[in-house]
Write a protein that binds this ligand. Structure first.
Ligand code: 6GU
Length: 231
């Protein structure tokens, strides 16, 4: 899979996408991540990418020209399955969305900034608009990093059996069960007896039951989805 990220702050994406599993996925050739500086596509002599909003006093807006140039020049090289725009008014990104994106071959992520991008870019070029939560970030870069991280780890071959995505929280609308390592007793708190039993069937049943109970208690909204209840 190839992900092209278009941003006015390319440095902001260097670090988050160069560690751990994402780093390994790139090294092993499962994922290619390319970060592009939007200013490189500006025809303005000062490399400007924003302009005044037609709505008075509304702050700066990212203009059509640099964005269109950037996207069109990428499109000349290959076909893209999705052109995503990260914005607080987008659809809430979740595990289901991550699963869908992990099946794509080439995607572009355009990071929003200032008061957003000219609506005509959204109307004509963008195929998906995503938000990572109901709070405001200074720009779409951290959202793009979050989306990329969660998608790349789902690519076949990236995770080992041990860290398999199938056992992740959210994959089946359940939170993960609690986990323990040595010591077996810490400050008087014991590891649940069952986990020391060596009985795989009992342990699996216990983990499932714990996952269900935890979800019910901590995330009643998810629990509803898990039981198939609709509101
Ligand atoms: Cl995608 N962008 C910004 N600026 N803020 C956000 C967001 C995105 N998702 C949640 N908050």
């Amino acid at each position: 899979m190839r992900i092209d990220i278009i941003t006015v702050l390319p440095e902001m994406l260097d670090s988050p996408l160069n560690y751990s599993i994402v780093k390994r996925a790139k090294e092993k050739g499962f994922a290619e991540i390319h970060v592009h500086n939007l200013r490189d596509y500006s025809t303005d002599k000062h490399r400007r990418v924003d302009d005044y909003s037609f709505s008075k006093g509304a702050g700066m807006v990212m203009a059509v020209q640099p964005i269109e140039n950037a996207i069109e020049s990428l499109k000349k090289e290959r076909a893209y399955d999705e052109i995503i725009y990260t914005t607080p008014d987008g659809k809430l990104f979740d595990q289901k969305e991550a699963n869908i994106l992990s099946l794509k071959t080439n995607i572009i992520i355009l990071c929003g900034h200032y008061k957003g991008i000219d609506q005509r870019v959204r109307d004509l070029l963008i195929t998906r608009e995503l938000s990572i939560g109901d709070y405001v970030l200074t720009g779409g870069e951290l959202a793009a990093a979050v989306i990329t991280d969660s998608v790349v780890r789902l690519l076949p071959g990236v995770l080992s059996d041990e860290t398999s995505a199938l056992s992740d929280s959210f994959q089946d609308n359940l939170l993960s069960p609690p986990v323990y390592t040595r010591p077996a007793v810490y400050k008087g708190l014991k590891v649940p007896e069952i986990l020391l039993s060596g009985n795989d069937k009992l342990i699996d049943d216990w983990k499932y039951q714990q996952a269900v109970e935890r979800t019910k208690k901590l995330r009643p909204d998810l629990y509803k989805k898990f039981t198939g209840e609709t509101d």
